[in-house]
Design a protein around this ligand. Structure first.
Ligand code: HH2
Length: 285
């Protein structure tokens, strides 16, 4: 049985990203070969990952959808080997029930769906049927169109409403309570200001949803924009250069009550969170 409250033991959990894609925004093409993806996943576990999230389709803004057979072919061998060898639970980052089913067959235990079960009605019933766990993420529309002028009256309230509604949908489909986590979807149909608002008021969101919260701000564009003071200009740093800003979001998210942070640089996140945990212990003593 997988329970979100138990993942990582008492410490905040780090979910390491394994992108088996040619076009992911920060690391596309680096681990498209299954052997390289598996080696990368094992490195992330050695660096302190409590979970691995394997994805075969990029969700970056404007990304082209991947055909189901291709997505399956990318992720199946990687999930199978990591589930057997990594020693931590493996999650599959997909919106397609058929891909999720193949990953669960190969040993994955969690389905991380950036559409929260909206794009494929068979996904939540599948997770329930297989006694799997799920991450329900907020996104406006779909990746191809989500950055086209997103508007909210109150982004924290609206994202909270959505996550509460999708958690109810997961329960209605039969997913176990302890297996449901939610995610505000940093960068998915949100401007820089929306992302900052969501992070700044994350504590309120965590309290409102009353479920384990996953936060994935790693290397996202708003970090480069805020730190460079530019937006999409040639001076904007490349995604790997956003790991410093990412660490601030990691520590902030956990301080606000997030249970899991989804990151590319596991080593940095683990060290930052281990120090944070130590400081909490000293403070409590
Ligand atoms: N972000 C990305 C993908 N999946 N899943 C959750 N739950 N939360 C996130 O914030 C999230 C996610 C985008 O990052 P990445 O996987 O590195 O890029 P790409 O989608 O281009 O592969």
């Amino acid at each position: 049985m997988f329970a979100w409250v138990e993942v990582g033991g008492r410490r905040p959990a780090v979910m390491g990203v394994v992108n088996v894609t040619p076009d992911s925004f920060s690391d596309g093409g680096r681990w498209l070969d299954p052997g390289a993806a598996v080696a990368h996943g094992l490195e992330l576990v050695a660096a302190g990952a409590d979970l691995l999230d394997v994805g075969g389709e990029s969700t970056r803004p404007g990304a082209d959808p991947v055909d189901e057979a291709e997505e399956r072919a990318r992720i199946e061998p990687v999930v199978a080997r990591l589930a057997a060898e990594a020693g931590v639970p493996v999650s599959i980052d997909t919106t397609k029930a058929a891909v999720a089913a193949a990953a669960l067959d190969a040993g994955a235990r969690i389905v991380n769906d950036v559409s929260a079960g909206r794009l494929d009605a068979a996904l939540l019933p599948l997770v329930a049927d297989r006694a799997g766990a799920v991450v329900l993420m907020h996104m406006r529309g779909e990746p191809r169109t989500m950055q086209g002028d997103p508007r909210y009256v109150d982004v924290v309230r609206e994202v909270g409403d959505f996550l509460v509604e999708r958690a109810d949908a997961a329960r209605d489909a039969g997913v176990a309570e302890h297996a449901i986590a939610v995610d505000p979807g940093i960068g998915f149909g949100k401007t820089t200001d929306h992302n900052l608002d969501l992070l700044a008021r994350l504590d309120a969101l965590v309290e409102r949803v009353g479920l384990p919260v996953v936060v994935g701000a790693s290397r996202k564009r708003f970090i480069g924009r805020v730190l460079a003071g530019v937006g999409g200009e040639p001076g904007e740093p490349p995604a790997e250069a956003r790991d410093d800003g990412t660490l601030a979001t990691v520590v902030w998210a956990v301080e606000c009550g997030a249970r899991v942070v989804r990151v590319h640089d596991v080593h940095g996140a683990r060290r930052a969170l281990d120090l944070l945990t130590l400081l909490d212990t000293v403070e409590a003593a």
